[in-house]
Design a protein around this ligand. Structure first.
Ligand code: AOF
Ligand code: ZN
Length: 385
């Protein structure tokens, strides 16, 4: 039953989006594809995709350029302007499909909303509002004031849900001033991470691997310790799920890298960054280095590295020396604990270095079977976030 109409203060409610129910419209899907292609290259800005449509045809499209350069909307407008048969006449009356609210502020670039108004765009369909307080709601208001029809995908609609997943890290980063930190741990039924200390032990199966690759594709950076690199030699790219690889951060005390490890090999499409007190003697040209000063607690220093690199979401994959400081500091926003059906009484417990209070900020969310393994998801208690 429709709710009785009453006047509410604040900005006008979003008009019901014409986005088809149950599916993403073709245009919005294309916009997300544009956003996907630039993901990882725009930090600290969110990766936005925009598609300009006129008479059922795409006349311009694009994704956010690296920070300081053009936003997605501007790239799409430019494309339409310079296309064969392009020009302002074609843009006038067009509809823009965009994955995030067009900005209204002068930041490193001029407001996209103004550029859209000046180009004569008739309608803007956006997947979600921008949570950035400088923009939130103001971009839409600016467009509406200029007579542009604005449709915002309503909460729960496919476009909105897609945006909320895609921008989960960005939303968290705006609200909390630090990246969302996700910890993933694989354990045996008796809470061990290996059969014996220092041994590589395959614990979880293919489905759990697929799940982990999904986490990697979504994160901006994957953090691992030097021991994990040495013992397990992980590849750390989302090769099973596809998608853009996150940056790989290797936290180590070592002064010499074992360059045979996969994370150091060249041309993998993933950037590797070594974080250590001293520059390793054999640091390859294609690997970055960040010096640890060891003046502050490790997690504080790492948070500064995350901030400098503009990450919105970081996946902590282990091992114990890496996840324990985050868990002990209460700096874990989602914990994915994957349990394999085996007992390894001689192995090392994953929680050996944890203080009892580590668990306080987290609450159980759900179990999900992953083949013969089981995933337990814990999330930050909402009041504490
Ligand atoms: C858009 N389109 O493609 C992106 C937007 O410093 P600036 O000028 O680059 O502005 C950065 C902010 O703009 C960023 O924090 C976010 O709120 C928004 N990002 N907006 O209209 C885009 N990337
Ligand atoms: Zn903008």
């Amino acid at each position: 039953m429709p709710a009785p109409r009453k006047k509410i203060p604040g900005p006008p409610p979003a008009p019901e989006s014409k986005e088809p129910r149950g599916i993403l419209s073709t245009w919005m899907r294309l916009a997300f594809r544009e956003a996907e292609t630039v993901r990882g290259n725009t930090l600290p800005n969110p990766a936005v995709g925009a598609v300009l449509v006129r008479n059922g045809k795409v006349i311009g499209r694009g994704g956010t350029r690296p920070a300081g350069q053009a936003h997605a909307e501007i790239v799409a407008l430019e494309g339409a302007r310079v296309a064969p048969n392009g020009g302002l006449d074609r843009i006038r009356g067009a509809t823009l499909y965009v994955t995030l609210e067009p900005c209204s502020h002068f930041g490193r670039t001029a407001p996209c909303a103004r550029a859209l108004i000046e180009a004569g765009v008739a309608k803007v369909v956006a997947a979600c509002p921008d949570p950035n307080p400088k923009v939130s709601g103001k971009g839409f208001a600016m467009l509406r004031r200029a007579g542009i029809t604005v449709e915002i995908a309503p909460p729960g609609s496919p476009a909105r849900v897609r945006a909320e997943t895609f921008y989960a890290g960005f939303f968290f980063w705006v609200a909390n001033g630090r990246p969302r930190i996700i910890v993933k741990i694989a354990q045996s039924l008796d809470g061990r991470i290996n059969a014996r200390a220092g041994e590589e032990t395959a614990l979880t199966g293919e489905e759990a691997r697929l799940f982990t690759h999904g986490l990697r594709a979504h994160a901006d950076a994957v953090l691992v310790g030097g021991a994990t690199v040495r013992i397990d030699d992980p590849d750390l790219t989302p090769r099973l799920t596809g998608g853009r690889p996150a940056q790989i951060l290797v936290l180590t005390r070592g002064r010499k890298l074992d360059l045979k490890r996969q994370v150091y090999s060249r041309n993998r499409g993933a950037k590797t960054v070594v974080i250590s007190p001293e520059i390793p003697q054999n640091l390859p040209k294609w690997v970055d280095h960040v010096a640890l000063r060891r003046k502050k607690p490790l997690v504080r220093e790492l948070l500064a590295v995350f901030a400098a690199r503009g990450y919105h979401e970081v996946l902590v994959e282990g091992g114990r020396a890496v996840w324990s400081p985050f868990l002990n500091a209460g700096l874990c926003d989602a914990l994915h604990l994957v349990t394999a059906p085996m007992l390894l009484p001689q192995g090392e417990p994953w929680g050996k270095d944890l203080r009892p209070a580590w668990v306080k900020p987290l609450e159980f969310h759900r179990f999900t079977p992953l083949g013969s393994d089981i995933l337990a998801e814990f999330r930050r208690r909402s009041a504490a976030s």
